[in-house]
Each structure stands twice: as structure tokens, then as C-alpha cells.
Ligand binder design. Structure first.
Ligand code: NDP
Length: 408
């Protein structure tokens, strides 16, 4: 019997609500709260229609710690699932500490005034969570999230040491819009336009945003795409917890059309995150842009194609060099048929539900404190991925082929 409070009624929040409701023997009581309560109500109606489960809804400004503590006391959950925005991570962790409940999120904290996503702000909560006897699980989405678990699973079962890690995130979907992002546009564009950092020789090396790219052919006929090297937060925790990693890189696919639009938006100043004066009012151009772009939560209706996200890992086993590719392929239309969302929300929301499930079952975060995904036993998570909608495949690669990211 577990009561959960989900915060955030966007694309990801909707998937988490549907997936938790599908497991109503574990998530016996679900409340979905967000800034705009009408969005929670629409999701609750869809959950009722698809699963027969009633979930409760509430309005909350998650930046307001006192209001969140009051809501937690009213709902009385054992766990808060944060799928609002990265800006809300710290106030929600504060609220969980004050109200005495566990915490889970899918993206690390980012200060609103600077596109800098790093773990140190959340790792600094370690002692407070430990002292309070509470648990926080960070980054339980796909990337970060599943990619960390793939790496931990490879280390547990297939390698003595991991040396090289390439995380490749391909969205081979077509949403039929001239320009749209697959998750929150503000967070997505901040991530893509930030300088690239990858881990090499014991430190993060900075290069110009989107300055390194190559072609990547996905398995199972998903297609060939241009992938661009960029910074992604799981590299920070993985290189900390698996210190044998010599180089870690993250790659994401973007269509020529996406790059063309982004170039123009950037060059005319629409991706700026500082305030500008407009009609006597201060606005942040990127937030204004978000307001006119398609809502990622609405893209499911028109999106076709598949995502293919995985990790290419090279290392040593019994003194021999070895390479593996572990990946999941997810079909946008199948996700829409199941929960009414496109694949990017789905691939984030399912791991959030699994992380929550494993915490509630006592299989993960077995001790109090702040945890990253790879610090937990990967096996039950890998089993649950197969069972709850994100089946994975592992293939051994030729070591030379793996160096050029050739997986088929
Ligand atoms: P959306 O923008 O679709 O949804 C965000 C939701 O949070 C909205 O409902 C929004 O409310 C709500 N919200 C924003 N601010 C507040 C606040 N102060 N108080 C209460 N609610 C608030 O984003 P997504 O669903 O696409 O993404 C959700 C999270 O998942 C993000 O943190 C994103 O970075 C993360 N993510 C992680 C991935 C992974 O693989 N790890 C991949 C994709 C996303 P309103 O509707 O009023 O604006």
C-alpha cells in the first residue's frame, strides 16, 4: 500500500500517472499536482478511461516550499515523484525533508539564470537526507536513468573495467511540425545550445556546442541519422562512480531541419535566457518562444517512427578488450496507443515509475541518502524495463567497429 504524489503534469507527468495507475496494487493512491490544475484533471480523465483508476489532482506552485509541505501533509504520500522542471528540484527536496518523505526526479537541478546542469547542488543534500532517514533517487528517466543502469549492468555482468562509454540517443520520429522539441522546449534548447563537455583524461573537456557530429546507423531498420556530441548530465555521475572510465561522450540525433531552425532562433536572439524589456515588461526570450512552440505533450497524435537509445561500452574482461551495445527501441505510435503520449515522454516516464516502484518495494536506495541510478543493483531495474514497456537488447560488437560507433 503506497501513496505517491506526482508533481508536474506535462508530457512526462502524464506517462508517469498512467504507468503508476497500471500498477495499482503497488501505487494504491495517486495524486497528480501541478501549476495548472486543468492539465492534471485532463490527465486524470485519460487515466480513468484507460485504466479505470481514479487519481486525485491538486494545484501547486512547487517553487513554494511551505505550500508543497502543506500539500504533502494533506496527501500523506511516502514518495514524491518530481517530473516538473529541473528548477523545482531543490525546493521539492527541501519540502520532502521538511515533510519527511522520499524523493525521486528525472533531471538534475539547473539554476534558472544559467544553463548549467550539475549534480553538486543535489549531492550537497546527502547528509540531510541521511540524517532524516530519507532517500532521494536522482535522474530516473531514460538519459539520465536507463543509460546509467545499462552501464552498471554491463559492469556487473560483462566487464572487469569499463574504459570508453558512448551514449547515443536517436529520435527517429517525425512529429509533422516544422519545428518542435520532444520535451520541455526551454530545457531542451538550453541543453542543446550549451557548450559541449565530454569526459577525457580525468576531466571534462569543453568544445563549441554541436561542433562534432557523425552519422549513426541504428539497428533493426530504425535508420541512419546525424548525431551530435553534447553535454549530458549522466556523464558526471557515471565518471564519479565508475572511475575507470577514460572517456565518456554523449550523442543526440537532430534533423537538418531542427538544426536550421535552431540556428536562426539562436542568431536572432530568441534562445536568450536573460531578461529583455518588451512593452514595459521584462520577458525572457526563450520562455516566450516556449509559449509559441508546440506543446511536447500534444505531439503524440501526429508522431510516427521510433526512438533508439543505447550505450556503446568498451572495456576489459579477463584481460581481453571487449565491446557491447545495449539499447532500447520504442515506437511512438505504440506509446500513443497505450498512454496517449509520444515516445520521448514515454521513455522518460516509464523509468520514473520503475524507480519509484523499486524504492517502494525496498529493492533500491536500500539506505538513506541521495542516490544516483548506477549506485543501485541494475538487475531488478533491467527486469522491470522488459516487463513494463521498454524491452532492451544487448549485442557484442567488434572492438574496432565500436570505436567508430558502428553497431550494425
Ligand atoms: P513539460 O514542460 O511538458 O511539463 C512540465 C510540467 O511541470 C508542466 O505541467 C508545468 O506546469 C509543471 N511546472 C513547471 N513549473 C512548475 C512549478 N513551479 N510548480 C508546479 N508545476 C510546475 O516537461 P516534460 O514533461 O517534457 O519534462 C518533465 C521533466 O522531465 C523535465 O525536468 C525534463 O528535463 C525531464 N526529462 C528527463 C528526461 C530523461 O530522460 N531523464 C527526458 C525528457 C525530459 P504548466 O503546465 O503550468 O507549465
Amino acid at each position: 500500500m503506497s501513496t505517491v504524489l506526482i508533481i508536474g503534469a506535462g508530457g512526462v507527468g502524464s506517462v508517469v500517472a498512467h504507468k503508476c495507475a497500471q500498477l495499482s496494487d503497488i501505487f494504491t493512491d495517486i495524486t497528480l499536482a501541478s501549476r495548472t490544475v486543468s492539465k492534471c484533471d485532463a490527465i486524470a480523465a485519460s487515466v480513468k478511461e484507460r485504466t479505470g483508476v481514479n487519481i486525485k489532482t491538486a494545484a501547486i506552485d512547487a517553487d513554494n516550499v511551505a505550500a508543497t509541505v502543506a500539500l504533502i501533509k494533506e496527501v500523506n504520500p511516502s514518495l514524491l515523484i518530481n517530473v516538473a522542471l529541473p528548477y523545482q528540484d531543490l525546493p521539492l527536496m527541501d519540502a520532502c525533508l521538511e515533510a519527511g518523505i522520499h524523493y525521486l526526479d528525472t533531471a538534475n537541478y539547473e539554476p534558472p539564470e544559467e544553463a548549467k546542469f550539475e549534480y553538486h547542488w543535489q549531492w550537497a543534500y546527502q547528509e540531510r537526507f541521511e540524517k532524516a532517514g530519507l532517500k532521494a533517487l536522482l535522474g530516473s528517466g531514460f538519459d539520465p536513468g536507463v543509460t546509467n543502469v545499462f552501464t552498471a549492468w554491463a559492469l556487473k555482468h560483462h566487464f572487469d573495467e569499463i574504459h570508453y562509454l558512448d551514449i547515443v540517443d536517436v529520435n527517429g520520429g517525425d512529429h509533422g511540425q516544422s519545428f518542435a522539441t520532444n520535451f520541455n522546449p526551454e530545457i531542451n534548447i538550453r541543453e542543446v545550445t550549451a557548450p559541449c563537455r565530454h569526459w577525457e583524461d580525468g576531466a571534462f573537456q569543453e568544445t563549441e556546442a554541436m561542433s562534432k557530429s557523425q552519422k549513426f546507423t541504428c539497428p533493426e531498420g530504425v535508420g541512419t541519422y546525424s548525431i551530435y556530441r553534447m553535454y549530458h548530465e549522466e556523464m558526471e555521475s557515471l565518471t564519479k562512480h565508475i572511475p575507470t572510465i577514460k572517456r565518456a561522450q554523449f550523442w543526440m540525433s537532430f534533423s537538418d531541419n531542427y538544426i536550421k531552425h535552431l540556428d536562426v532562433l539562436q542568431s536572432v536572439g530568441m534562445t536568450r535566457i536573460d531578461e529583455v524589456e518588451y512593452n514595459g515588461q521584462k520577458i525572457i526570450p526563450l520562455q516566450f518562444l516556449k509559449a509559441v512552440l508546440p506543446d511536447p505533450g500534444d505531439l503524440g497524435k501526429t508522431t510516427t517512427g521510433r526512438t533508439c537509445i543505447g550505450t556503446i561500452i568498451r572495456g576489459i574482461k579477463d584481460g581481453q578488450e571487449k565491446a557491447l551495445y545495449i539499447y532500447n527501441i520504442c515506437d511512438h505510435e505504440e506509446c500513443f496507443a497505450e498512454v496517449g503520449s509520444q515516445g520521448v515522454s514515454y521513455t522518460t516516464g516509464v523509468p520514473a515509475m520503475i524507480g519509484a516502484k523499486l524504492m517502494l518495494e525496498g529493492k533500491w536506495t536500500t539506505e538513506a541518502g541521495v542516490w544516483n541510478m548506477e549506485q543501485n543493483d541494475p538487475d531488478p531495474f533491467m527486469d522491470d524495463l522488459n516487463q513494463y514497456g521498454l524491452p532492451w537488447t544487448v549485442v557484442e560488437l567488434d572492438v574496432e567497429a565500436a570505436k567508430s560507433l558502428t553497431v550494425v
